[in-house]
Write a protein that binds this ligand. Structure first.
Ligand code: 8Y4
Length: 276
């Protein structure tokens, strides 16, 4: 049977030092907390807090700086919401501090390959973990991505990382998988077949998270949409394709609009079941 339940909506919260007048990082922190509160009102079921940019070509952020950005935001949000908080980090020390501050999910774009002790720390923390596929590393991953069969290779990689996590002591029930749209994938040749084959990843038996929001493959299909802010329609289309494939959650910037689209999609899907 086709899926009829709407995926959960994970709202993206970036904590960046976007102000030069706040030597103590106060403004970047307050902006992130304010944005997260807005996303809760807009219907986010999960908040994903990140202090390191993982965009193609971006430079890494030091551990002390990332801790200083992320932990106070997790702390402030944990005090005013019961919605699960996820921390987007590749560093075990940041995941550890965020979990201590109230985060329940470690969203790791390296699938726990970013540090030698990542698997061990994930098991010790006992939090949920998102294992995402990436070919290469953020700085260079878009240079020359190659696959013979992108869906097969991503599914095999994710199954292997889930096995590695379970062997290290992470409970099966804590594991999420994510195909990593845009991470070492050709805009069209890889991202589109991967989204078309999402059901193959859902079939592995773990909840799947899909992150396609505002990503640049949308501009490849609609060249006038040059900036990230012009990609709402494409982002919603990808979220609905994910819903139809049975993903458990979508990671998005535009929470209000996505939640509305998913509600309408689920109501239609449900009506189809009753009618048949
Ligand atoms: C405009 C806005 C253009 C954002 C590109 C982007 C994923 C993720 C990212 C994902 C999981 C991003 C941290 C990239 N993407 N985590 N993180 N899955 N689990 N780029 O797809 O949003 S950051």
């Amino acid at each position: 049977m086709q899926p009829t339940r709407a995926p959960l909506v994970m709202g993206i919260v970036n904590v960046t030092p976007d102000s030069f007048s706040d030597g103590g990082r106060f403004l970047g922190r307050e902006a992130a907390v304010g944005h997260a509160r807005r996303l809760i009102v807009d219907g986010a079921n999960i908040l994903d807090i990140g202090g390191e940019s993982t965009r193609p070509g971006s430079e890494p952020v030091g551990e002390a700086e990332e801790l200083a950005r992320v932990v106070p935001v997790v702390e402030a949000l944990a005090a005013d919401t019961d919605r699960p908080i996820s921390v987007d980090t590749t560093k075990p020390a940041v995941a550890r501090a965020a979990v201590a501050a109230g985060a329940r999910i470690w969203n790791d774009v390296t699938a726990l390959r970013g540090a030698p002790d990542a698997l061990e720390v994930a098991a010790e923390l006992g939090c949920e973990v998102v294992l995402m596929h990436m070919q290469g590393e953020p700085r260079t991953m878009q240079a020359e991505p190659h696959y013979d069969d992108v869906v097969r290779e991503v599914a095999d990689f994710l199954a292997g990382r889930a096995d590695a996590a379970m062997a290290a002591g992470v409970a099966r029930e804590k594991i999420w998988l994510d195909p990593g749209v845009g991470f070492g994938k050709h805009m069209i040749r890889h991202n589109l077949p991967l989204m078309a084959g999402l059901d193959q990843i859902v079939k592995l038996g773990f909840p799947v998270l899909l992150g396609a929001s505002r990503k640049s493959f949308i501009s490849a299909l609609d060249p006038p949409a040059k900036t990230a802010g012009e990609r709402l329609g494409g982002s919603i289309a990808a979220a609905l394709a994910g819903a139809a494939a049975g993903v458990a959650a979508v990671r998005v910037h535009d929470v209000r609009e996505t939640a509305q689209a998913l509600k309408v999609w689920a109501a239609i899907a449900q009506a189809g079941v009753r009618a048949s």
